[in-house]
Design a protein around this ligand. Structure first.
Ligand code: BTN
Length: 327
């Protein structure tokens, strides 16, 4: 992002109207130069309102992500403090960025945030709607020494860590939907995408991607194909994205560190206490078929346990499965 774009953004953060002329004057450039930059910002999802004769504003205002503010609020033991935390204005996908750097030792245990993503990815190949300065798009890279088997349940444990962060910043009734969706009142608030690289039997790296809707603009929301919610429609006061980013980072780093040693076990009860579908009739869709039953819970490896009509308990392992309430 150009220096001029960053300066324009700083001026628009207050949510007030600014004429093209006044923006130009304050920044020492022409109105046309300002207009060109505003167009580029709109193209990456900034929700800009323009009123003839009055100027431009971002209706509810916004808060840009700030490296220092985030670092100041991260609460982890010193040895877990991230050496590398990069913040982009726009990126293809924060997960892809770290995946592409998995062999670079400088990126070990690093974190990436972006104000927007042009190729944000969700589970099962879906697009993750990622407009500018509205939500949280965060990825973390972590190495594990004991192969894929030791990672059983990691995506569910990440859900527990994300839920802890959301409760800490003031949300309530945050639920988890197997394998790793974050729900409030039957609407999706966020999602987690884990990508594993390396040797499934030995040393491997995991990119943990987290997307949380904070203040989803209605235009961008039109592209979401399921019931969704965002943090600001759940709280009386808008939340600080910097504070939220710091809370997420703190809980994720502590989780990744402890998971290495103790796996999913210590998180299982907490996950089950937040299970959005516990005791309900639901359907698991696999590539081949759809299986319905009553959701019992998850086992110590994070597999879903479902009681079928026959009384038999069937287990499902995460991956590309989808779980929905039965109609
Ligand atoms: C889901 O489908 O529920 C998972 C969504 C994961 C989205 C996050 S946003 C940050 C990271 N970068 C991506 O491209 N995806 C993940």
């Amino acid at each position: 992002m150009s220096e001029l774009q960053s300066k324009i953004l700083k001026l628009l953060e207050d949510g007030q109207f600014h004429s093209g002329e006044s923006l130009g004057e304050r920044l020492g450039v022409s109105r046309t130069a300002v207009w060109k930059q505003l167009q580029k910002l709109e193209a990456i999802g900034l929700q800009l309102e323009s009123v003839k004769g009055t100027g431009y504003r971002v209706p509810a205002g916004f808060e840009l992500l700030d490296q220092q503010q985030i670092r100041d609020q991260i609460k982890v033991p010193a040895q877990l403090m991230p050496a590398r935390l990069e913040i982009f204005q726009n990126i293809d996908s924060t997960n892809k960025y770290l995946r592409d750097r998995v062999d670079n030792p400088q990126y070990a245990r690093s974190l990436v945030l972006s104000e927007s993503q042009s190729g944000g990815r969700g589970r099962r190949g879906k697009t993750w709607v990622s407009p500018f300065a509205a939500n949280i798009y965060l990825s973390a890279l972590w190495d594990f020494e004991r192969g894929a088997e030791a990672l059983e349940g990691l995506s569910l444990a990440v859900g527990v860590a994300v839920r802890r962060a959301l409760l800490e910043v003031g949300l309530s009734d945050v639920q988890l939907k197997w394998p790793n969706d974050i729900y409030i009142g039957r609407k999706k608030l966020g999602g987690i995408l884990l990508e594993m690289l390396g040797d499934p039997a030995g040393y491997c790296s995991v990119v943990v991607g987290i997307g949380i809707n904070v203040s989803m603009p209605s235009q961008a929301a039109a592209a979401i194909d399921q019931d969704w919610t965002d943090i600001n429609s759940q709280l009386a006061q808008p939340i600080s994205r910097n504070r939220l980013a710091a809370a997420l980072i703190s809980h994720i780093l502590c989780l990744l560190d402890s998971f290495q040693a103790s796996g999913f076990g210590p998180y299982r009860d907490e996950w089950q206490s937040a299970d959005a579908f516990a005791g309900q009739l639901a359907t698991v869709t696999t590539v081949r078929d759809a299986i319905s039953g009553t959701v019992v819970g998850v086992d110590s490896g994070g597999a879903l346990e479902m009681k079928l009509a026959s009384g038999e308990i069937q287990r499902f392992i995460g991956g590309e499965l989808s779980l929905r309430l039965a109609k």
